[in-house]
Design a protein around this ligand. Sequence first.
Ligand SMILES: [Zn+2]
Length: 275
Amino acid sequence: MTLARLIPVVAAGFLLCATAYAAQSTSAIDRLYVLDCGWAHAADQSRWSPGVNVGQPIDLSDNCYLVHHVQAGYLLWDTGIADAVAAKPDGVSVLNGAMVWHRPKTLAEQLAIIGVEPDEIRYVGVSHTHPDHVGNVDLFPKAIVLIQKAEYDWAFAQPTPPFSAGHPAMKLEGDKDVFGDGSAVILSTPGHTPGHESLLLHLPKTGWIVLSGDLVHFKDNWDNRRVPGFNANKQKSLDSMQRVADILAERHAQLWINHDKEQSDQQRRAPEYYE
Ligand SMILES: [Zn+2]
C-alpha cells in the first residue's frame, strides 16, 4: 500500500477510536514507566487519617512516572525524595523521627537503565513542592517545570526553596493540556498544598489513568474521603477529591495513588512499562 493510500485509512482509524471515548484523546503516549523514587516508614498513620488507626505504623511508596509522547518526547511526573538519600544506609529521619525516608535506587540510575539522558526530559511536572516530590528537580536543568503559580509563589516564600530559583518553569493557573492532544492533562487539585495538581493520562492499551500526587495518600483514605490534618485547606481537598472522582467515573479511569505501597507493589516497574 502506498503512503498516500495509507494515510486516509490511519485517519479513519483515529476517528473511530476517538469516538469510542466520551472525551477525545489521540493517545500518542506509547510508554509510561513507574520509577521507584523512595519509600518511607511512618510510626503513626493517623498523621494522614485523623483519629483513625492511631499509633499504627505504615509504609508509604514514593513513585515518579516517566511519560513518553511519540512526537513531543518525555514528561517526568514528580521527582521523588532526593537521590542523595540513597547514600545513607539508615535513610533520613524527618518530623522528629516520626518518619524515615529510604532511597534504594536513585532516579538518575533508573533513567540510565531505560537509556534516557536527563537533558532528554522536556517537562518535569510536579504535583506539589513537598520534599518527597521535588527532591531531584535540579537534575533536569533544561526541563520546563510545570507547576501551578499558586504553588510556586507559596513554595518560594518558604525559607528553603524547592528547587533553584532560576530553573525554567511554566506557572500554570488551572488545568493544562501538556501535549495539546488530550493525552496528558494536568488537573488543578488544590487542598493538600495551595497549588497541588494531579495528572490525567490516556494510553492506547491501558486507558485512562489519574496520577494522584498527594490528592490522597492511600486507598483507605480515598474510600473514606479523609483529609490529613496538615493539609493547607480541608474543603478544597474534599472538592479536589470529588472533582477527580467525577473524572474517574466519566472516563472509567484508574486512580494510581503515589504513596499507596500496596497498590504500587502490584504495578509494573521500570524498565518495564505500560502502553
Ligand atoms: Zn508526598
